[in-house]
Design a binder for this molecule. Structure first.
Ligand code: ADP
Length: 172
């Protein structure tokens, strides 16, 4: 059996930054289990089942058998152990991610020494992209189609019909 990693997150919604991290993670690991955290979350735009569906559609192009999309609840290290994964994969964007990720990695190491936290730097193209900024921009009518996979863009357009930004303020 090859080395596998769990890539946990909220993925609300998946962005091209997430897709890029999976792609690059596959250069390191034989298999990546993308795992949507079921933990109760206020203000989520998509249900966990919708996010799983969006990830399946968005990651469909990767070789079958090397990617799996799943849901989990509770501690990431316990989930990783239950799946036989030796690593937790996370992305690092601007230094603002570091502090939080460092604390999480230390706690996870405390809980389970046999599972390594592995970080990949975000691709420069997606360095400033997060699910929350994408959601915010989309909710204000911005075109986010070059920041998220096509199925996500479609769903966001359904939720937030584009405003005609080019027209400027509405005339009275
Ligand atoms: P969480 O709520 O667990 O942070 P996210 O869905 O926001 O869930 O992020 C999941 C993981 O993907 C995190 O490790 C995060 O750093 C990483 N990530 C998010 N956006 C990007 C991006 N643009 N480029 C690379 N990694 C990213």
């Amino acid at each position: 059996m090859g080395a596998s990693a769990v890539y946990p997150g909220s993925f609300d919604p998946p962005t091209l930054g997430h897709v890029s991290l999976v792609e690059r993670g596959l250069a390191v690991f034989d298999k990546i289990i993308v795992a949507v955290a079921r933990n109760p979350e206020k203000g989520a735009l998509f249900t966990v089942d919708e996010r799983v569906g969006l990830l399946k559609e968005s990651l469909g192009g990767f070789p079958e058998g090397r990617i799996e999309i799943d849901l989990f609840e509770g501690l990431t290290v316990e989930y990783a152990r239950s799946r036989g994964a030796g690593a937790i994969l996370r992305g690092l964007r601007a230094t603002s991610d570091f502090e939080y990720e460092f604390r999480m990695a230390m706690m996870n190491r405390h809980l389970e020494k046999g599972i390594q936290s592995v970080f990949l730097m975000a691709d420069h193209q997606w360095f400033y992209i997060s699910s929350s900024t994408v959601k915010e921009a989309a909710s204000l009518g911005a075109d986010i189609s070059d920041l998220v996979p096509e199925p996500v863009a479609r769903r966001l357009r359904g939720k937030f019909p584009a405003r005609r930004l080019a027209q400027g303020p509405a005339s009275r």
